[in-house]
Ligand binder design. Structure first.
Ligand code: CS2
Length: 494
């Protein structure tokens, strides 16, 4: 059906003149960034910073967005000439902004060669990624490449038609090396610990498995800056599309809905140039690790705790959960008493206001961020969000009550049954293994805890051998099984 209001370059002139839209000639920008994983997060975060760079006249950095899996984003955006809207939702107030920085879209599985060709174009000087934690084919506990991962085996066997992000990066860098084309910077924008360094390790290892010379080239010529990315971007809903249509008169097949807050901290190590990011609010730093640990452990750690406890307590969204008895106090206690002592706080960061802001971001009633969405892929998220913090607390002898409860809530959730006995739609690369555990342990807290703790890809070999951690997790899990999450949180001592 032809929708006369559907967003497009032609329509752009007709939309409400008070709305923010590209203040530059969209069609005249040149692609300089290939982004792997063109999901909602990228479109609400990096693509908006780049949109600001293009508006400031930096015209060589438009984005080619590739999906490594589904064609959905391409199918929605191509009829809109790549344009889409960011709906910025604060309590009681919505704003909209049309974004023009995504100029081309590709779906890798349809034509891996086309994506490799784009990644080999000398004009492309940055390849950035948001492929989620599981998209890196890494062992979440050790950070090492999962050399037996089916996609890695596939990409070793047929390097010219890769499936994995790592396979694409290495093949494109190999082609650039053969063609005498300067390499691109690899810019990881996922919530992994020391993300640039981690991806460098994976890429160099995979390259070594192909060719030692190629691995040496990548290790010496390519840079992998670490980044801290932050913006809460729930999956888009029809309600968001309706707000956009009703309030702003824009028909957009796939807008993104997000909050007003946005932060991007990037290490300034680009081997082949970069946009003037500092001019558009990106914090360019020498070392991102302290920012990254602060964000991963405070924001994402709390998010995962709220997701598992909140889901079990019957709350659909983060805002619902944080408003329920005891939740805000519990999260504040987790941040203040158990996470903060492990952080090396960057000199210019104000930790108190950062934590206060987190609680009000979680409470944003307009975002409707589902606990189920954050609960996804827990086996990939727990290590950097909660378990590294646990390790430091165990080493320093500090309390771990709240961390242990969050971990136990993940286990309770990962049994695949909620507190009313209903099946949970468990999304996790280890889902089959997780669900099987429940059947083997017959609801016994000690046996369940021991079985979950035995998953080395999550807990490593140290945590199952740490008596205090095992005891606290088992106790917390027994409490959850006996009393349920709502009561445990409400009764949690301050
Ligand atoms: C969330 C993150 O889904 C999740 O796991 O914790 O996506 C979170 O919203 C972002 O990292 C915020 O920057």
């Amino acid at each position: 059906m032809n929708d006369p209001n559907r967003l497009s370059l032609e329509q752009l002139a007709a939309i409400d003149p008070t709305l923010a839209k590209p203040a530059y000639d969209v069609a005249a920008q040149n692609i300089g960034i290939v982004h792997l994983g063109i999901g909602a997060f990228h479109r609400a975060h990096q693509a908006i910073y780049v949109d600001d760079c293009l508006a400031a006249g930096d015209r060589d950095w438009a984005i080619l967005g590739a999906s490594l899996r589904s064609p959905d984003t391409r199918d929605a955006l191509v009829p809109q000439d790549g344009l889409y809207t960011a709906l910025i939702r604060s309590a009681g107030r919505d704003e909209a902004r049309v974004v023009g920085s995504v100029r081309r879209l590709l779906v890798a599985p349809e034509d891996p060669g086309a994506l490799l060709e784009a990644m080999t174009d000398p004009a492309v000087r940055i390849v950035s990624l948001t492929v989620t934690e599981k998209g890196y084919c890494r062992n979440a506990a050790t950070g090492a490449l999962q050399e037996d991962h089916p996609d890695i085996l596939h990409d070793l066997d047929g390097p010219t038609s890769p499936r994995s992000a790592i396979g694409f990066l290495v093949e494109a860098l190999a082609r650039r090396r053969m063609g005498g084309i300067a390499p691109f910077t690899v810019l990881c924008c996922d919530n992994l610990p020391q993300n640039g360094k981690t991806v460098r390790g994976l890429v160099v290892r995979f390259a070594e498995m192909r060719d030692a010379e190629l691995a040496r080239f990548i290790a010496t010529e390519v840079t992998f800056p670490c980044t801290m990315v932050d913006r809460i971007v729930p999956a888009t809903t029809d309600a968001d599309r309706e707000v956009l249509a009703d309030t702003f008169g824009i028909s957009d097949a796939w807008p993104v809905a997000t909050e007003a807050f946005s932060q991007w901290v990037v290490e300034d190590r680009f081997c082949n140039g970069r946009p003037h990011f500092e001019a558009v609010g990106v914090q360019m730093v020498a070392e991102a690790a302290p920012y990254e640990a602060m964000k991963l452990r405070l924001l994402n750690g709390s998010h995962s705790a709220i997701a598992y406890l909140g889901y079990l307590a019957g709350h659909e969204t983060v805002a619902d959960a944080i408003g329920a008895p005891g939740f805000a106090t519990f999260v504040r206690g987790l941040m203040d008493l158990e996470v903060t002592p492990t952080l090396e706080v960057p000199a210019e960061a104000d930790l108190e206001s950062y934590k206060a802001a987190l609680l009000s971001r979680f409470a944003n009633p307009s975002l409707r961020h589902r606990t189920w969405q954050i609960a996804m892929d827990g086996s990939q998220k727990l290590p950097q969000r909660l378990l590294d913090t646990v390790r430091e607390r165990l080493a320093s002898g500090g309390s771990i009550d709240r961390l242990a409860l969050a971990v136990a809530a993940w286990m309770r959730y990962a049994t695949g049954r909620d507190e009313r006995g209903e099946a949970i739609d468990l999304r996790d690369p280890l889902a089959q293994r997780l669900i099987a555990i429940d059947g083997e342990c017959g609801g016994d807290a000690a046996r369940l805890a021991a079985a979950f703790l035995g998953i080395r890809e999550v807990f490593g070999s140290d945590l199952p051998a740490a008596p205090r951690f095992v005891a606290e997790v088992t106790k917390a899990l027994a409490g959850l099984l006996e009393k349920g999450a709502a009561r445990i949180v409400a009764e949690f001592p301050e």
